[in-house]
Design a protein around this ligand. Structure first.
Ligand code: ZN
Ligand code: ZN
Length: 766
């Protein structure tokens, strides 16, 4: 006689919103097993009854034949007494501890694309088509469990046809929570500034297409927020967008209709293509070809272009019809967060956009486009947002306390960590104004709400004046919990260590523009010896003065002046025949020199970012910046493929046991090369090579001291977004057998600081 048993499974991982329950249903019914499956806040629970061999087969296939986006992190099962189920059902969701995973938004799948371009299909040209394999997730989810009633699709009730699909276990839309069609789902609307003059026979989509063809700017309510679209071939239209957005030079990302059209303009490797066509569908930085067909002002003075493919049905319909590339940039005014709501967009974007293509599906949180660049044959996420957030990082050990981290001042993200999981939020922006600060607090609240998260400890930056530090102080006081300040560059190293699950001891190199140091100066050219007990600063660049403080970060000429003041007497300095000196008016120069002389508003910095600025100014590549990193990028780009072995001489001075790298010799060398009329690309490459030599030399130093027997080195911070610097450093270090680690899944820049803050705090306090 066949002995039946009841098998109960508790599954954790990415199992909600990916067609997991339909998959279980189909598997169970195919094997003639009875029971049920449901979504719990912990994941998915299954009970099945049947004979030994079909149950074994069920267990095996459950793990081997997962739906495309599903991932099992943990599976527990037990055999129990028979109940005697007589069918297999999908039960309503349960509540409980919230540890299931919210999926990122997923780019439209090929089956849905085929449907919207099939005139026979009932979803022909329907811009909100989706299924269990694709569509909105994080941007529409209010809280867990993932059920339509807890998403912004709760505003729409399914028509009979959609309901049938939703209930049919054999259908691709079985339990697809955002399921919709032209009858019952969200609808488009087009609004323009000149109401009444529009061609009323046009559909909203046609109206938007007409606007873009005519060189006008259209604000599109997309997946995770508004985007501004404009014809990328039209120089005048692009210039208008730049003027209205107050964005004179910063490159725009471009959405292309398809891969062949991208290949007309840019080089595309297999790896880059794989990322472009992935379900995350990020913007990928590609190298432009010589025969570049777009307007020059799309990405001026830049050999690269940020490129993406359509990732929603709405984008597919637009781009198919336009059949040319469009700029697709965040729908915001400069320095503000991206708009997600039409009322807000109509107000904030009224002086930028000519028309608005909107819809009535609410976006519950802003999720910008992500950015990826392939360096050293590795994809590196430079901005982690749509398609990636809020996928958790699994920690090596289970935390006994919940940690909330506020992140950095620029490129802010926040993080929450509980048990063995850390959730890093999507990109929020620079916390330089109230709107972005509000966006940050909202992101925190909503992320906490999804996971029923209550912090036990708050981590924030060491800088006493940051808005995020003030906010953290108030929150810690209100909740009566402890607040721990974390040094910015420590956080960079620990973030990278967490990503690669690295153990100390190791050498950490943290290079970027700015971060408040433990000694009150501005750091940014740091070498740390990291052990279980401490993160010790063993070397750094010799601090130099920055006349005017913060303003220097937007004016490379000020960094150069500060560096030159270390080399020359101030009276001699102002007569030097250098582009830096000529970039100032006589009055400006007098003022800054007197600030330097009297040490007024002139903080000292060891920042490598500011060294890049200084060199860019001396080479007259950039005297002022209109966006962060512009001068450093100009210096990197000016190398233009040149390969030379030369580097500048550098010395160390010892300050206690800390090595100080004296940059004066380097700058003397640069000035000499300038006086000898050596080409800019030669000087730029020679400067980069010098930085590579310095990292290599200090790495050797740690070997000599005998404490880096594992030969581990971490490279983190915004400077390592520089392809030449990263690749040359890796090449040099690899030649000596070093194990080199650098950020890949989390940004090298300040976008990963919140992650690092959690790791520093958990290392110390838990
Ligand atoms: Zn689909
Ligand atoms: Zn419908």
């Amino acid at each position: 006689m066949l002995v039946k048993r009841r098998l109960r499974l508790e599954i954790q991982g990415t199992v909600q919103g990916v067609g997991f329950r339909p998959f279980v249903y189909q598997l169970a019914t195919a094997l003639n097993l009875f029971g049920w499956v449901n979504n719990s806040t912990a994941g998915v629970t299954i009970e099945v009854e049947g004979g030994r061999s079909p149950l074994n087969l069920f267990l095996e296939k459950l793990q081997a034949e997962l739906p495309p986006n599903a991932k099992i992190d943990a599976l527990k099962y037990q055999y129990l007494e028979l109940i005697g189920y007589n069918n297999f059902e999908i039960h309503a969701s349960q509540t409980g501890e919230k540890i299931a995973i919210v999926l990122p938004d997923l780019a439209t799948c090929s089956e849905c694309i085929a449907e919207i371009f099939d005139p026979q299909n009932r979803r022909y040209q329907y811009p909100f088509t989706n299924c269990t394999h694709c569509g909105p997730r994080y941007s529409i989810i209010e809280t867990l469990p993932y059920d339509r009633s807890l998403t912004s699709m709760a505003d729409f009730s399914m028509c009979a046809d959609c309901q049938r699909e939703y209930e049919d276990p054999g259908d691709r839309r079985f339990h697809a929570q955002p399921n919709a069609c032209p009858i019952c789902g969200p609808k488009l609307e087009f609004l323009s500034h000149c109401q009444g003059q529009e061609n009323t026979n046009q559909s909203p989509l046609e109206a938007a297409i007409q606007y873009i063809r005519d060189g006008k700017i259209v604000a599109l309510k997309g997946l995770g927020g508004f985007q501004l679209l404009v014809d990328a071939r039209n120089n005048k239209a692009v210039q208008q967008l730049r003027g209205r957005k107050q964005r004179p030079d910063k490159p725009f990302a471009v959405m292309y209709p398809d891969l062949p059209s991208i290949k007309n303009d840019c080089f595309l490797s297999q790896l880059e293509e794989a990322f472009l066509t992935s379900q995350a569908s990020p913007t990928v930085l590609l190298q432009k070809k010589k025969e570049f067909n777009l307007a020059e002002n799309v990405a001026p003075h830049n050999p690269n272009l940020g490129v993406m493919l359509p990732y929603t049905p709405l984008h597919h319909l637009l781009l198919k019809s336009l059949n040319f590339p469009v700029i697709a940039t965040s729908g915001n005014r400069s320095d503000e967060p991206i708009c997600i709501d039409e009322t807000e967009a109509l107000e904030r974007l009224k002086n930028i956009a000519d028309g608005f293509l909107i819809h009535n599906r609410r976006i519950l949180r802003p999720v910008d486009d992500s950015v990826v660049r392939v360096m050293n044959n590795t994809p590196i996420i430079l901005r982690r947002s749509r398609g990636y957030a809020p996928e958790p990082l699994t920690l090596k050990r289970t935390l006994s306390k919940n940690v909330l981290a506020m992140g950095a001042h620029l490129k802010n993200t926040v993080a929450i960590a509980q048990k063995n999981r850390l959730f890093l939020s999507q990109h929020i922006g620079d916390l330089s104004n109230q709107l972005t600060l509000q966006a940050m607090t909202k992101t925190l609240q909503k992320l906490s709400q999804i996971y029923d998260f209550q912090p036990d400890i708050i981590a924030c930056d060491l800088h006493p004046d940051y808005l995020s530090t003030q906010y953290a102080k108030n929150l810690a006081q209100k909740l009566n919990i402890s607040l721990i300040s974390v040094q910015h560059h420590h956080a960079h190293i620990y973030a990278c260590m967490a990503e690669h699950q690295l153990e100390s001891p190791l050498l950490g190199v943290a290079w970027d523009g700015t971060g408040y140091g433990e000694d009150g100066t501005i750091w940014g050219g740091e070498f740390f010896w990291v052990t279980k007990q401490s993160c010790e600063r063993i070397a750094h660049f010799k601090p130099f003065p920055l006349p005017g403080g913060d303003r220097a970060s937007r004016e490379p000429r000020r960094s150069a002046l500060g560096l030159l003041s270390q080399l020359y007497d101030l009276q001699v300095l102002k007569k030097l025949n250098l582009p830096t000196i000529q970039a100032f008016s006589a009055t400006e120069l007098e003022l800054l020199l007197s600030m330097l002389k009297k040490d007024i508003n002139t903080p000292f910095t060891s920042s490598v970012g500011r060294l890049f600025d200084g060199v860019a100014s001396l080479l007259d590549l950039r005297q002022r910046e209109s966006f962060e990193g512009q001068a450093a990028m100009a210096l990197e780009f000016s190398i233009d493929g040149l390969q030379i072995p030369d580097f500048y001489q550098f010395q160390y001075t010892k300050n206690d046991s800390i090595l100080e790298i004296d940059s004066r010799g380097i700058f003397q060398g640069i000035i000499q090369d300038l006086q000898n009329d050596l080409p800019k690309n030669f000087i730029a490459a020679k400067f980069h090579n010098t930085l590579v030599e310095i990292i290599f030399d200090i790495y050797l130093h740690t070997l000599k001291l005998g404490f880096n027997s594992r030969k581990n080195i971490v490279l983190a911070g915004g400077c390592f977004q520089n392809k030449y610097l990263l690749e040359q450093t890796i090449q040099k270090l690899e030649s000596s057998g070093a194990n080199i680690y650098y950020p890949q899944k989390f940004p090298p820049n300040d976008g990963a600081i919140a992650l690092g803050q959690v790791m520093v705090v958990t290392g110390q306090a838990i």
